[in-house]
Design a protein around this ligand. Structure first.
Ligand code: SF4
Length: 304
């Protein structure tokens, strides 16, 4: 049952011919009224298919809204809170990629979609946590500069027969860094029959102890298709909100209930309403940068 604010937002959305895209880490009240909910790859694909909306309200972090702007230069892309930034995306300035290219002239540059537009413009191809291995395997080069997440880099290195060089050396997501093997031991003892799913942004030793390493979209499909009953989920807590809503007969437990991305949580229903009324805060990307970045995004979408 929707509350009055949610209903008001849906009415405004109709009036403005807007679409609301939301990441899986948004709070449940935003998830409930989003037109589309997904992980970075799913949102990227959705953003590339928007045709009939005048306004795109993006409940996610800066790099996601920028990607939507890169793919839709003619549309107005709105971030309800302009401070919603991904700290990991800011760990890799474009300048560092240029320097790394000079040091490794034969390497391909594969960047996680969690990068700013300026960095994307320096990449050969992008990837997300759900397609990173396929993207790296699609390239002719055997040496890959991979950034900015060192844990995703190490996950990919374990799956492909290529040299993966993390860029920067220690780029990471502070949320997925919160998980430790002690949390796993505790939960395994408490729920011995549960399956443990963790995100590839988790540290290597956490990945080593998981049953499956999956993107949030991969976790959604895994739980929906599994005949098993109990799942422990090692990613941001609001993915669990969505999993529980869409799988009411299953038991979904967070590996760590403190794993909260404060940056994602900057968006609220009030701010979402304001973004529809005042069309703020518009996200724009420099034309030349957008053109270069778009090529790297489109190469990834071709692989996907
Ligand atoms: S969960 Fe991590 S990678 Fe995702 S937006 Fe938050 S800080 Fe960035």
């Amino acid at each position: 049952m929707l509350n009055s604010l949610q209903k008001e937002i849906l009415k405004l959305k109709e009036e403005k011919n807007a679409i609301i895209l939301a990441h899986n880490y948004q709070t449940g009240d935003i998830q409930e009224i989003a037109d589309f909910l997904g992980d970075s790859l799913e949102l990227c694909i959705k953003a590339s298919q928007i045709t009939d909306s005048d306004l795109v309200i993006f409940c996610g972090v800066d790099f996601m809204a920028e990607t939507a702007a890169i793919l839709n230069p003619q549309k107005k892309i709105i971030l309800p809170d302009r401070e919603a930034e991904c700290p990991m995306a800011h760990m890799l300035p474009a300048e560092d990629i240029k320097k790394a290219r000079e040091k490794y002239p034969d390497a391909a540059v594969v960047l996680y979609v969690n990068t700013l537009a300026e960095a994307k413009a320096e990449a050969d191809i992008l990837c997300t946590s759900s397609n990173a291995v396929a993207v790296v395997e699609s390239l002719a080069q055997d040496q890959i500069l991979f950034g900015p997440d060192m844990n995703l880099a190490s996950f990919v290195a374990g799956k492909v027969n290529k040299e993966i060089i993390p860029l920067p050396e220690k780029g990471h997501c502070y949320v997925h860094k919160m998980f430790h093997t002690g949390d796993i031991a505790f939960m395994r003892e408490k729920y011995p029959d549960a399956v443990l799913l963790v995100h590839p942004e988790c540290d290597q030793e956490v990945q080593d102890e998981a049953d499956e390493i999956l993107s949030t979209g991969g976790m959604m499909s895994y739980v929906a298709q599994s005949d098993l009953k109990t799942f422990i989920i090692g990613t941001e807590v609001d993915l669990i909100t969505r999993l529980r809503r869409e799988n009411p007969s299953k038991i979904i437990i967070p590996l760590l209930s403190e794993a909260i991305c404060e940056n994602m949580k900057l968006h609220t229903l009030e701010k979402l309403k304001n973004s529809l009324i005042n069309e703020e805060y518009a996200v724009s990307v420099d034309k030349e940068i957008a053109l270069k970045a778009r090529k790297a995004v489109e190469r990834m979408l071709d692989v996907s």
